[in-house]
Design a protein around this ligand. Structure first.
Ligand code: UDX
Length: 444
């Protein structure tokens, strides 16, 4: 059944959700306060890199099933179901999440709701937010109790956002059990296709739905920091964290995924979500419950420092004037996102400590340049490594993993490589005469 939907916020989450919902057969209007972004999306252009999204967006903008506006009133008039997909970044002067954008959507939209409507929040928010917003919606909406809010967290991964939206591994919906209204029934209609495929659908209360999202991200962050902490011990003993991760990963209770030791996690979600989770636990008087996340964060940030220190040792004790190629700026491959990117952080720190850094990334150069305008950016990996004293692979893009160690060796001044993501075929590089340093494994 075709529903009329709006999606507030057209970033990685909102734009993908809007296009995904159109693909599921709904009529969708995307809303954003950024006029330039809306103009580009209306032309069928995606303002960021996300595989598969440009095709999907163009298809549905052309079919007329998907359109974009800066006018919230147009969305309130058109749609019966409104998704909130705006950002909740870390606040400037603390660990908490900045709720300005989410609140702004409610303050704008709710007073325009003159007929029954359902609002479904997707943004990652501190537990307790949804209950507060549900109350606010009832107060502000002319239609009163017929304006109902539920929470439907999003688990999409950048780089796989389209797939995760069209074929989610689970759906979660939070509703107020004392006041469930029509929210579950409406949500079931929106996701009818996924539900027909028997996608697990967890319907719970608002607080649990909010906590599901941050708990999932906190667990993933913990898994990564766990293996990175073990990598530090491996480095101290000569053990190999790759073999170790394979071996413990065979235990189904542990699993091999997210045990990739390296430069650690970054991006727009994991780092800020664990900090906001800690901040919220503090407000709730249970900060001790999550103090371990402080350590998860510390282990993670120590990875970046470790690579900078290792680089200094590799080039003979001083970074001043050392020519270093940093391959990668995005926080992970298949993304142009440099938010809290370990790769870009390492490049920036090396630069500040006097190294002559050349950065290349297949997609994230413009975003990286905006953050670090003083870094030197090379158009190709070959230009980045030319005459380098050290090569650091900081994001595991395929084109870096596939670099030919012999040809690369002919271009550099010193054959030294730090494999910050344990993604290179180490033996091939060693055989080609390179000094190879992995993360928690093999060095030559
Ligand atoms: C994450 C969650 O996976 C997703 O469910 C949620 O909706 C949003 O946050 P994303 O930020 O796109 O998604 O990235 P993800 O693939 O989780 O990777 C996060 C970071 O962890 C990257 O910097 C990646 O390089 C790093 N990572 C991942 C590791 O260092 N080791 C691993 O084994 C896995």
């Amino acid at each position: 059944m075709t529903e009329r939907l709006s999606v507030f916020g057209t970033g990685y989450l909102g734009a993908t959700h809007a296009a995904g919902m159109a693909e599921l057969g709904h009529e969708v209007i995307g809303v954003d306060v950024d006029a330039a972004k809306i103009e580009r999306l209306s032309r069928g252009e995606v303002p960021f890199f996300e595989p598969g999204l440009p095709e999907l967006l163009r298809k549905h903008v052309e079919s007329g099933r998907l359109r974009f506006t800066t006018d919230a009133a147009e969305a309130a008039e058109f749609a019966d179901i409104h998704f909130i997909g705006v950002g909740t970044p870390q606040v400037k002067n603390g660990y908490g999440a900045d709720m300005t954008y989410v609140d702004a959507v409610i303050d704008t939209l709710a007073p325009m709701l003159t007929r029954p409507a359902v609002i479904l929040g997707k943004s990652t928010v501190p537990v307790g937010t949804a209950a507060r917003l549900a109350q606010k919606v009832r107060e502000l909406a002319p239609v009163g109790d017929e304006a109902q809010l539920g929470w439907n967290p999003e688990f999409l991964r950048e780089g796989f956002a389209v797939e995760d939206t069209l074929r989610p591994d689970r759906l979660v919906l939070g509703v107020d059990p004392k006041n469930p209204g029509r929210i579950e029934e409406v949500t079931r209609r929106v996701y009818a296709q996924a539900l027909e495929r028997e996608t697990p659908f967890v319907v719970t209360d608002l607080a649990t739905a909010e906590l599901v999202k941050v708990s999932a991200n906190a667990f993933l962050a913990t898994k990564i920091s766990f293996i990175n902490a073990v990598a530090e011990v491996c480095d101290a003993t000569g053990a190999d964290v790759l073999d170790l991760a394979d071996a413990i990963g065979h235990d189904e209770r542990i699993g091999r995924k997210f045990l990739g030791a390296g430069l650690g996690f970054g991006g727009g979600c994991l780092p800020k979500d664990i900090r906001a989770f800690m901040a919220r636990a503090g407000e709730l008087g249970v900060d001790q419950a999550l103090t371990f996340l402080r350590e998860v964060d510390t282990v993670n940030l120590r990875r970046r420092q470790h690579v900078v220190d290792l680089a200094e040792r590799q080039v003979g004790g001083s970074l001043r004037g050392a020519r270093i190629a940093v391959l990668g700026a995005a926080f992970k491959p298949n993304s142009d996102d440099v938010r809290d990117s370990p790769a870009l952080d390492v490049a920036g720190q090396l630069h500040l400590r006097g190294a002559e850094v050349r950065v290349h990334d297949p997609e994230a150069m413009d975003n990286a340049r905006a953050v670090w305008p003083t870094l030197h950016f090379a158009d190709t990996p070959a230009q980045a490594v030319q005459d380098a004293d050290l090569v650091i692979v900081a994001t595991e893009w395929r084109e870096f993993r596939d670099l030919d160690p012999v040809a690369t060796g002919a271009a550099v001044t010193h054959k030294r490589v730090i494999d910050g993501r344990n993604c290179l075929p180490a033996q091939a590089w060693i055989d080609a005469g390179w000094s190879y340093r992995g993360m928690g494994r093999l060095s030559s």
